[in-house]
Design a protein around this ligand. Structure first.
Ligand SMILES: N[C@@H](CCC(=O)N[C@@H](CS)C(=O)NCC(=O)O)C(=O)O
Length: 210
């Protein structure tokens, strides 16, 4: 099994933290995103969508999308469970993880890709042909990030972790996206005390360094 990884990207970090929490070591292949290696023919043969992470099994099957990779690993190496333990908690973890992706990652990515020098023609991840940045998406994305931070505070005032009493992939996603928001200079508000308490706890787990 081989994991196509990038040391700098938030999505690949989600998988690395998941692996660290499970104590799984995998062979990794570093894909140089800054050099556009992900949109060159050799990588497009691995994942035609031009995105990392991608997990390639020994028989050549490629699994892309963080959630699908984690699902495969969760089912083949169950302990410790990171995707819920019964039908209800599994559904809640999945629901909250999707909130993290749609309300968090997409908003930060909109700001990052539409405002960062060097990305003027690479506004869509994984797309080889030039795609122009749209300036108007920056303000909209920044407002979305602020709403996302409010949402996190709501969830974390009701339970210790994003999807309830147990640390899960929803926390991994949230940690990676809060740190990703730092790339566009958006920080968790000091007054969001529940999120601050959670952020300290999840960042101090050894897996957070993965
Ligand atoms: N929905 C995908 C998102 C993957 C994604 O956006 N990967 C980014 C890194 S965070 C990427 O490959 N970017 C390539 C690029 O910037 O062209 C997943 O969950 O795996």
């Amino acid at each position: 099994m081989k994991l196509y990884d990038s040391k700098i990207a938030p999505s690949t970090r989600r998988v690395r933290i998941f692996l660290a929490e499970k104590g799984i070591a995998l062979e990794t292949v570093e894909v140089d995103l800054l050099a556009g290696e992900n949109i060159k023919p050799a990588f497009l043969k691995v994942n035609p969508r031009g995105l990392v992470p991608a997990l390639v099994l020994d028989d050549g099957t490629c699994i892309d999308e963080v959630i699908a990779i984690c699902r495969y690993l969760e089912e083949t190496r169950p302990g410790p469970p990171l995707m819920g333990t019964d039908p209800l908690s599994r559904a809640l973890v999945e629901s909250r993880t999707r909130h993290m992706e749609i309300d968090g990652f997409s908003q930060v990515a909109d700001v990052f890709r539409n405002s960062t020098p060097g990305f003027e023609k690479r506004a869509l991840a994984g797309v080889a042909e030039p795609v122009a940045a749209i300036e108007q998406l920056v303000d909209r994305g920044n407002a979305g990030i602020r709403r996302y931070f409010d949402r996190l505070e709501q969830y974390l005032s009701a339970s210790p972790y994003i999807a309830g009493d147990r640390y899960s992939i929803a926390d991994i996603a949230a940690l990676c996206f809060v740190d990703f928001a730092g790339w566009v200079k958006q920080k968790l508000p000091e007054q969001n005390v529940h999120t601050q308490r959670w952020y300290k706890a999840v960042s101090e787990r050894p897996s957070a360094k993965a």
